[in-house]
Design a binder for this molecule. Structure first.
Ligand code: HGY
Ligand code: MN
Ligand code: MN
Length: 413
């Protein structure tokens, strides 16, 4: 298969075949599926003329040298993990498209004024530990929002999962890159929304990436006999969680520009005739304006305290992600505008309601994104799809942007 766009589409489908559940596309951090996908992508990077390795965080990173060895690099990439029952293009499209950009450079023997590095980040979605951006957070800052004793749904701690994967929990920070190593970070990603499609555009320039708060909450009540405990004497953890979940929805609805989601709920001990003594749920609150997100979070937590007091249960939580809204780099946006206009005839800018590794990478170097149209804006859903023509448009646009950034990199203060 010599046509790059067909290869992009085929590789996304091939990666979809690496899933914990053959009926629901799921590939999570530090699992056998993570290892298999990382091995496949490492081979593709090497075939494109890159030196490729797994870093201390479990990210795959490939390097294509510039005209001079050990030059600072323009970083490209996206994430290799998925949500549960996710779509075929979220994350991996950016990885495989970046590899095609380098493949073309390598095939033509072209070397740029800078190196090119591609990251296939290991845990952007944060499904396993209800976190997010572990891979890019370690590269950009050498830290992650997840404690080593945080555990997944099966009770495995982050430290145990790292060790089982062959990584050393004490050496995670070795994934960190120094600012002088990175000229800029560029990420191609599907829009995951309907705007480009409505505009009739294949690509657009991202202006900013939403701010996010993610919490893992637990409710401790008292388990009891479903038939003998009067309603007035119950400390029902699941009923309290249900009220807390509706609090998240109420607060988000009443704060313009804020969205709130509870994506995971669990309760125990899990018998039809036992009053649940414990419950757990996650909270995801977002806004493009940090003050609004923080105000909403404060209202949600006040609501939790009131519910706990009135129901005689304990509601505790830990914050797994506290990511500020992140503006994309103005110079890179200008270059991306030109790359997009060359493709579609006009530049178009739009904000991202989704979080991305590019927000983490902004702590390391100037960072920006190119959005690609996806059908009906559907994402985090197996119906997520793009056309081969748009995959080709995304490749041309990213390749143009890479040449522009290599020739005119952001000035670093
Ligand atoms: O949740 C998000 O916005 C991204 O898909 N991780
Ligand atoms: Mn996603
Ligand atoms: Mn994504």
């Amino acid at each position: 298969m010599n046509d790059p766009a067909s290869r992009i589409m085929a590789r996304c489908v091939e990666l979809r075949g690496i899933s914990a559940d053959p009926t629901a596309y799921s590939r999570h951090y530090l699992t056998a599926e993570h290892r298999a996908a990382a091995t496949l992508v490492t081979g593709w990077m090497r075939a494109a003329g890159m030196a490729a390795r797994l870093d201390a965080a479990g990210n795959v990173v490939g390097r294509y040298e510039g005209e001079r060895p050990a030059a600072a690099a323009l970083l490209l990439g996206s994430h290799l993990d998925t949500v549960r029952d996710g779509g075929t293009y979220d994350g991996q499209l950016g990885v495989v498209t970046a590899i095609e950009v380098v493949q073309a450079l390598s095939d033509s023997g072209q070397r740029l004024g800078c190196a090119i590095e591609i990251y296939a980040f290991a845990d952007e979605e944060g499904v396993r530990f209800s976190s997010g951006y572990i891979g890019s957070g370690l590269v950009a800052c050498g830290e992650t929002g997840v404690a080593l004793n945080a555990h997944d749904a099966g009770g495995t701690t982050f430290a145990e999962a790292l060790a089982a994967f062959g990584l050393n929990p004490a050496r995670l920070a070795e994934a960190r890159r120094r600012p002088e190593e990175a000229l800029a970070y560029l990420e191609l990603h599907i829009e995951q929304g309907p705007v480009l499609e409505a505009e009739g555009l294949a690509v657009g320039t991202v202006t900013s990436i939403t701010g996010q708060s993610r919490l893992a909450a637990t409710v401790a009540g008292v388990a009891g006999h479903a038939g003998t405990v009067p309603m007035t004497l119950r400390k029902d953890a699941l009923a309290a969680a249900a009220e807390a979940i509706l609090t998240v929805e109420r607060v988000a609805r009443s704060n313009p520009g804020v969205v709130g989601t509870v994506g995971i709920v669990g309760a125990g001990p899990g018998a039809v005739n036992v009053i649940p003594g414990q419950a757990r749920f996650t909270v995801d609150l977002r806004s493009g304006i940090d003050a609004r997100r923080q105000r909403a979070l404060a209202d949600v937590l006040t609501g939790f305290r009131t519910i706990a007091e009135r129901r005689g249960v304990a509601i505790t939580w830990d914050v797994r992600v506290d990511a500020p809204a992140t503006p994309c780099d103005p110079h890179l946006m200008t270059l991306i505008d030109r790359a997009c206009a060359a493709e579609t005839g006009r530049a178009f800018r739009l904000p991202s309601g989704a979080g991305h590794d590019a927000a983490e990478m902004a702590a390391l170097c100037p960072s920006a994104m190119i959005f690609l149209r996806c059908r009906d804006g559907i994402s985090h859903n197996p119906a997520e799809s793009i056309t081969p023509e748009d995959a080709a448009a995304g490749l041309r646009t990213l390749a143009r942007a890479v040449q522009m950034v290599a020739a005119d990199p952001p000035r670093r203060g």
